[in-house]
Design a protein around this ligand. Structure first.
Ligand code: GLY
Length: 346
């Protein structure tokens, strides 16, 4: 099965259950350079045999302009030119890095993704945003350019560490919160192990999330309105991630709790939902508390890209499945964080 999504900024072919054979077809050896990381290469290096391959160190610390500069030199040495195709073979970091490299090398060459983590399959590979961090500021340099193809093979998840599963489920819980109440109920009745054991259930949920992301990006590729809803849990989440060096999913889970508290305080969102979200985070291996410093988090939040003068656009919930972009003043954000701090540490 294969289908094509026509985004304003280019079309992407989706292969939801791609085989090794598909890899060979999508990435003819003579025109392809694979970019991957050392973890992925350890498990799947066999698949790269014969390909020009560049392996970077796994982890967000590689998502820098210095890495882009080194990669650009290496692909130039490989004589990459306009018809060369870059394949990002790995998780979110590899997708962001290789997509950015391809979108600026010679003012843009084609690229595709073979996501190997749940997070990349349901989120990072989709949508065309790519880029690198500058110091502690995440994704400060980047472009929006759609990959030519995304080839997903859920079998790659067999070697995924459990923390990475939880990272992916944080994004899946996010889709449920912002856009899909039935998914919310499904997630409540299941748990991580249930999904790990049931390949069909897993493929279905990946597919559902891909559909949500595609629909949202199709409606608003440049993130002027509805696409912002994908940032649910990410505003406070990025601050936690940066300061306390948490896993992305852990940080987003905590950020979703803060966003729910802010929804209670500013939109009369029903208070009985928060314990359900907290239980859900636990069901998928994610924490619901953190010992943090409210002032430090506020300071980092003030550097957020979504800041405008004295407010930050937060994604709040009106109900489960219904998100709302809502500017919060710094004092409203402070109040939500303080409540999280007080209630989380009781
Ligand atoms: N590449 C992730 C996104 O576009 O949201």
């Amino acid at each position: 099965m294969q289908y094509t999504v026509h985004f304003p900024g280019g079309q992407t072919d989706y292969y939801p259950s791609a085989s090794t054979q598909d890899l060979l077809q999508l990435a003819p050896i003579e025109h392809t350079i694979i970019i991957s990381d050392n973890n992925v290469a350890m498990h799947y290096g066999e698949l790269f045999k014969g390909y020009k391959t560049i392996v970077v160190s796994a982890g967000d610390q590689s998502k820098t302009l210095e890495t882009i500069s080194a990669l650009a030199k290496q692909i130039a040495e490989f004589e990459a030119h306009k018809t060369t195709r870059i394949i990002g073979f790995g998780g979110g970091m590899i997708c962001d890095l290789s997509g950015f490299l391809a979108s600026i090398y010679m003012r843009g060459i084609e690229f595709g993704f073979m996501p190997t983590t749940l997070l990349a399959m349901v989120d990072a590979a989709i949508g065309g945003k790519n880029g690198v961090n500058i110091g502690l500021n995440k994704n400060m340099l980047g472009t929006i350019k759609q990959p030519k193809f995304i080839a997903t093979n859920p079998a790659f998840l067999n070697t995924l560490p459990s923390q990475e599963w939880s990272n992916g489920f944080a994004e899946i819980i996010k889709y449920a919160c912002i856009a899909d109440e039935p998914l919310w109920h499904q997630l409540r009745t299941q748990n991580l192990i249930g999904f790990q054991k049931d390949a069909t259930l897993l493929s279905n949920i990946i597919h559902q999330c891909v559909q949500h992301k595609n629909r949202i990006v199709l409606a608003d590729e440049q993130e002027n309105n509805i696409r912002k809803s994908l940032n649910f849990g990410h505003t406070a989440g990025h601050a936690f991630e940066t300061i306390y060096r948490l896993q992305h999913g852990q940080a987003v889970g905590l950020g979703m709790i803060v966003a729910l508290i802010a929804s209670e305080q500013n939109l009369d969102f029903p208070v009985h939902i928060r314990p359900l979200l907290i239980n859900m985070l636990h069901q998928y291996g994610l924490p619901s508390t953190i010992d943090f410093n409210v002032e430090k988090v506020m300071h980092t939040l003030k550097l957020d890209k979504k800041r405008s003068n004295e407010t930050i656009d937060f994604i709040l919930l009106e109900s489960i499945g219904k998100a709302k972009i809502h500017p919060l003043t710094f004092s409203e954000i402070n109040r939500a964080l303080q409540t999280f701090f007080d209630e989380g540490n009781r």
